[in-house]
Write a protein that binds this ligand. Structure first.
Ligand code: FA5
Ligand code: MG
Length: 344
């Protein structure tokens, strides 16, 4: 019986040694250590042994089982390690290979222009205000001296949501909201960038959604010359130190007097070219002195306070600055267009 056990142990250990997969090792385990295996079989025959021999055989049988079991777990361990090593080798990364280049994006030209304008006005002491894009009729029109049925409402064809709410057609409602917050006390010195919406037909220079920046200064002793000086500085910083501005009489319900502001052509310097349509001047914004009705409706005493305001469209400014011939380029996200605005 002893020899039998020793023989079984040797057989099993040999098979384990020569096994080269986890599956084969498992077969050996089932065959030799399983309930129907030969060792169990040998132990069944112990009943025939004498009382002295029985514990000796029992101990030996256990030793053999343990020796096979530990050989199995060592072999399994070794096979698993080999498997991992093989995977690592197969999936090895050559860190000396050149990497794939990362494409850097560029800032959108409208972002560039908006931030440039913000920086310019902040440097002159303005703060930035914002307001809702879904606006009430009151703030978008009425409080700006445009009562219901006023014909000048036709200047800005609107997207109404209800009879009393609309997508704002201009950034001017933020003027009113800010004046209300100040409760009749100046000074107020703000710019208001934001998206606006109009029922304009899209073409090369018009979009139904575009961006504006509004400016508003309200204080005691504010005059038209403050407006002119401010806009002159704006024109020189945005379009070049040699630029001049020209004010032409115009009409906005919320300013009196109102002006359209032209900048001398930065392409031809004023001689006349295709950019300025041979006039030497390019229209860039609307402006004027805040109408006394607007001040009064928002709680300011118009005998004590005066103000100026202006509003411009970033798309048009960017088109002039960068020579862009179609406003739709801003919205179609063509990478060939956008990548031209990479900054050094
Ligand atoms: C206004 O919207 C006034 N709120 C501006 C203002 C503010 C005047 C404060 C006085 C005092 P206007 O409708 O002209 O004005 O629009 C201002 C600018 O927005 C235009 O000069 C133009 O640059 C731009 N703009 C107007 N309509 C469009 C459009 N459909 N697409 C792109 N830009 C537009
Ligand atoms: Mg206009």
């Amino acid at each position: 019986m002893k020899e039998e056990l020793k023989q079984l142990e040797k057989e099993a250990l040999d098979k384990i040694t020569s096994a080269d997969s986890l599956k084969e090792v498992n077969e050996v385990r089932v065959a030799y250590l399983g309930k129907k295996g030969p060792i169990t079989e040998v132990l069944r025959g112990m009943g025939k042994l004498s009382a002295e021999e029985r514990p000796v055989m029992g101990a030996l049988a256990n030793e053999v089982r343990e020796s096979i079991a530990s050989a199995i777990s060592e072999k399994n361990e070794a096979l698993e390690q080999a498997e991992i090593a093989k995977k690592l080798e197969e999936q090895a990364i050559d860190v000396t290979l050149p990497g794939s280049p990362v494409k850097l994006g560029a800032r959108h030209p409208l972002t560039i222009v908006t931030e440039e304008l913000e920086d310019l006005f902040i440097s002159m002491g303005y703060t930035v205000e914002e307001g809702p894009e879904v606006e009430t009729d009151y703030y978008n029109f009425e409080a700006l001296n445009l009562p219901k049925e006023h014909p000048a409402r036709d200047m800005q064809d609107s997207f109404y949501i209800t009879a009393d709410t609309l997508l704002r057609t201009q950034t001017s409602p933020i003027q009113v909201r800010t004046l209300e917050k100040h409760k009749g006390k100046g000074p107020v010195k703000i710019i208001c960038p934001g998206k606006v919406y109009r029922r304009d037909n899209d073409d090369a220079t018009h979009s139904h959604q575009f961006n504006q920046i509004e400016g508003l200064v309200v204080d005691k002793n504010i005059s038209m010359s403050d407006l002119k000086g401010t806009l002159e500085l704006f024109a020189k910083k945005m379009f070049g130190e040699d630029r001049e501005i020209r004010l032409r009489p115009s009409f906005f319900p919320f300013t009196e007097p109102s002006v359209e502001v032209d900048v001398s052509c930065f392409k031809c310097g004023g001689k006349g070219c295709s950019v300025c349509k041979q006039t030497g001047w390019i229209e860039v914004l609307g402006a004027g002195m805040v109408h006394p009705n607007v001040l009064e409706m928002s709680g300011f005493d118009s005998n004590e306070y005066q103000g100026f305001a202006f509003g411009m469209g970033q798309e048009r400014i960017a088109m002039l600055k960068y020579g862009i011939d179609d406003i739709r380029h801003f919205y179609t996200n063509d990478i060939r267009f956008l990548s031209q605005f990479k900054q050094a």
